[in-house]
Design a protein around this ligand. Structure first.
Ligand SMILES: COc1ccc(C(=O)/C=C\Nc2cc(OC)c(C(=O)O)cc2Cl)cc1
Length: 307
């Protein structure tokens, strides 16, 4: 990678890095312009040291032959194969063995995040309906792919001794809106893991956002759970927040939040007029018991989704 810091912008090969357009527990995303094809891209910048630390932290017992970074590279190879209108497209990965940063070049989804929460002007039911339907298709494609191919996730889960792996990090911040108002899901590929059983999040880990976590992933010592059902929960919490402007469970601390997620039933604001079908759909997605929770195929034929 030719890094030209002469001008005020970093130049990586044909990409000129511009302003930051996104950030999260994973790192940050910058707008990038390619002179080669006069097109803008979203450049996600990860730190290899941090990925190693997180993967490294995950490992207990004898060290495996493959370095944790190999897993990330294999993960990226899976990501490159993802091709669906509702999943953000990975164009290429720039990796200089001598550099700590790993650059993932994605297609630019022009309008960015669908909705920033909390907000006092959430989306209408109609708007949320179209966004939800497209997100469902993207998630279905992803879960199908990862269940059909021996996805890295399963290997990753077993090699890190059943650490808790959240399948995908579904939340409003990872639903991106194209210039034509279509949705693409981002941040599907890199496994999000969180450490420890006391439900505290290791600092700086790539763990997903606590408010979207399913109850079964919060039970100490409970190592095995189905990523798919956890994704449906996260999609339900996301749908709730698109309509009501905030997450279904709120608390002043993470442990308290986790108690609410495990114990409290979902409440709908009185003053917010929504259809019964929508409420029923959300309730079925936020079912505490993952085996009773509605599945993606059932959602596709549910009353609200087909209304
Ligand atoms: C206002 O205009 C804006 C246009 C685009 C953006 C934007 O793209 C933001 C994040 N992007 C991403 C994040 C990802 O992970 C967390 C992944 C991934 O790892 O899958 C991929 C992408 Cl693209 C922001 C503002």
């Amino acid at each position: 990678i030719s890094i030209d810091k002469s001008g005020s912008f970093l130049q990586l090969n044909q990409y000129r890095l511009m302003e930051q357009i996104g950030q999260g527990s994973y790192g940050l995303v910058k707008l990038a312009y390619s002179e080669e094809d006069s097109t803008h891209y979203a450049m996600k910048i990860l730190s290899k040291k941090r990925l190693l630390r997180q993967a490294g932290l995950m490992r207990r017992g004898p060290r495996k032959a493959t370095s944790p970074l190999d897993r990330v590279y294999r993960e990226i190879a899976v990501l490159k194969k993802l091709d669906h209108p509702n999943v953000v497209k990975l164009v290429e990965v720039l990796d200089d063995p001598l550099e700590d940063s790993l650059y993932m070049v994605f297609e630019l989804v022009k309008q960015g995040e669908v909705l920033r929460i909390p907000t006092d002007n959430p989306l209408s039911e109609k708007r949320a309906w179209s966004i939800f339907r497209e997100s469902l298709l993207g998630l279905e494609y992803y879960t199908m792919l990862s269940s059909s191919a021996i996805s890295l996730k399963r290997i990753f889960v077993y090699t890190v001794h059943h650490q808790k792996i959240i399948h995908a990090d579904i939340k409003p911040g990872n639903l991106l809106l194209t210039e034509f108002g279509h949705v693409k899901i981002a941040d599907l590929g890199v496994c999000n893991e969180f450490l420890g059983d006391d439900a505290t999040i290791s600092n700086g880990s790539t763990a997903g956002t606590p408010a979207f976590r399913a109850p079964e992933t919060l039970i100490p010592g409970q190592n095995e759970y189905c990523g798919r059902a956890a994704d449906v929960w996260a999609l339900g919490a996301t749908l709730y927040s698109l309509i009501f402007g905030n997450v279904p469970f709120l608390a002043d601390s993470v442990p308290l939040l986790y108690e609410k997620i495990k114990q409290d039933s979902v409440k709908f604001p009185e003053n917010h007029k929504v259809t019964e079908n929508l409420k029923s759909c959300i309730v079925q997605m936020l079912e505490k018991n993952p085996t009773q929770r509605i599945t993606i195929p059932q959602l596709k034929t549910s009353k609200w989704v087909t209304s």
